[in-house]
Design a protein around this ligand. Structure first.
Ligand SMILES: Nc1ncnc2c1ncn2[C@@H]1O[C@H](COP(=O)(O)OP(=O)(O)OP(=O)(O)O)[C@@H](O)[C@H]1O
Length: 444
């Protein structure tokens, strides 16, 4: 087997030497450059499997080298060496496309792990990963797929923002699977579902006897995700005191189990997600800005299904095929034209998950071959047209529609946790018309 090769770019001879020795001991062939110009010349001359560069170089900034590699040799992982405590530089390097960074003084164990990950990344290039696809042909989904591919190569924390059911967890899984950590654990955790008093122990573990009920040592989620990815779903639901502890763990890359004397180093990539607007929460003081900054190095958005209605037929077909298989049907039922139309017009506040639920219900309601519009039982919530025509209807019909409208608005408000801007989005109406309707209908 040919040896993997690495390019080391640093103007400080002793750091260069330290990295060279470490990498050579790991079985890599190394070449070094002391300036950007030398690095560019070497890259033009031959292929490398990995590059590690210092940030400050005599003839420019290492970031420009990362950007160059990202553009010209995107399959080569590149890492950055940053000054101690310079979080800004670390974040910038990740944004520029570095897959990870080490800070000075370079810790050799960290460096070795980083190189290991880089080389695994290279191996994964050839493996097929398309088993749990992100379906869709809309431009937003195509861009998202390309983004996932890029993010898989990086170790940067990623924050996924998007409405419920838009595929945030699926995106996180794909980033994990397609990257060098793909063979290691993917640990999803719903931050809103852990009781506050158990949170610290759930995240960081505990030692036997540290509190009543701690009958044996327990590993936390961080330790269980070692080498892999910790997916913090609904991260906005973390109470402030846990946000402080999480920030510390992310920054220090180590955790202290409840009741333990010492810290345990952890090597975990963090991907977080929420359907809430984290930026707003930061402004309201409900989410720590420093943690936001740490988690949100790269933000990905999952598009609502209503914004890519052209994908509904493809998704429906895929879901029906899976459901038919799970239900032992010989062939998936077909959607009648009217049912297809209704699906296209519906605005899916619950997105792809709601589509799955609707079709699952329909498959049990239908005759086994064809799903009709009535089998879909679409809730009146979203597509209700709040038109002026209502005023012309007779009183009984008017009351009925008002009831439907009230229900739809209440549901949307609940779903949006009483954030009117979000609720208006869910209903597909402007904020002003929602405010008007709320007043008019006397909704509390
Ligand atoms: N583009 C897609 N292609 C195929 N399936 C999808 C897609 N997007 C979402 N799904 C499916 O929809 C369901 C919901 O997705 P997922 O759980 O990832 O959403 P989420 O945004 O994390 O939801 P929540 O915010 O409620 O946790 C899953 O079964 C997922 O597989």
């Amino acid at each position: 087997m040919t040896k993997a090769s690495a390019l080391i770019v640093d103007d400080e001879a002793d750091i260069r030497e330290l990295v060279e020795i470490t990498l050579t001991r790991m079985g890599l062939k190394t070449q070094s450059a002391a300036t950007l110009a030398e690095a560019h010349a070497l890259l033009a001359e031959r292929k490398f499997d990995f590059c590690i560069t210092d940030m400050r170089l005599p003839d420019g900034n290492g970031l420009s080298l990362i950007q160059h590699i990202q553009r010209e040799i995107p399959c080569m992982p590149v890492a950055m060496i940053t000054a101690y405590g310079n979080a800004q530089a670390a974040v910038e390097s990740l944004k520029a496309g570095a897959f990870d960074f080490v800070s000075k003084p370079v810790d050799l164990a960290t460096l070795r792990k980083l190189v290991d990950s880089a080389l695994k990344l290279r191996k994964n290039d050839t493996t097929d990963t398309a088993d749990q696809e992100l379906l869709g042909t809309h431009e937003s989904i195509r861009n998202l797929r390309a983004m996932i591919e890029r993010l898989a190569r990086s170790q940067a924390p990623v924050h996924i923002a998007g409405e419920s059911g838009t595929g945030k967890e699926r995106v996180a899984q794909l980033i994990h699977k397609q990257g060098p950590r793909g063979q290691s654990p993917f640990m999803p955790v719903n931050c809103g579902a852990i009781p506050t008093e158990l949170m610290e122990s759930e995240f960081f573990g505990h030692v036997k006897g540290s509190f009543t009920g701690a009958v044996r040592d327990k590993q936390g989620l961080f330790q269980s995700a070692e080498g892999g990815t910790l997916f913090l779903d609904e991260v906005a639901d973390l109470p402030l005191h846990m946000q402080v502890k999480l920030l510390r763990a992310v920054q220090e890359r180590s955790v202290r189990p409840v009741g333990a004397e010492t810290e345990v180093p952890v090597n975990v990539r963090i991907i977080s997600a929420t359907h809430k607007n984290l930026n707003d929460l930061v402004n309201q003081g409900a989410f720590r800005q420093d943690l936001y900054y740490r988690l949100n190095v790269i933000e990905v958005r999952t598009p609502p299904l209503r914004d890519r209605a052209d994908d509904i037929p493809l998704l429906s077909e895929h879901i029906l095929t899976r459901l038919a298989r799970d239900n032992g049907l010989s062939a998936p039922p077909k959607l009648e034209a009217q049912a297809q139309r209704q699906l296209r017009e519906y605005n899916f506040p619950g997105n792809v998950r709601e589509l799955e639920n609707i079709l699952e219900r329909a498959i049990t309601m239908c005759d086994g071959k064809v799903i009709s519009a009535s089998d879909l039982q679409l809730r009146p919530s979203a597509p209700v047209q709040f038109s002026s025509a209502v005023a012309n209807e007779n009183a009984a019909l008017g009351d009925h529609i008002e009831e439907i409208e009230k229900r739809a608005i209440r549901e949307a408000l609940e779903k949006a946790r009483y954030n009117k801007t979000r609720a208006a989005e869910l209903l597909g109406m402007s904020f002003r018309s929602l405010r008007y309707r709320i007043k008019k209908l006397g909704i509390e």
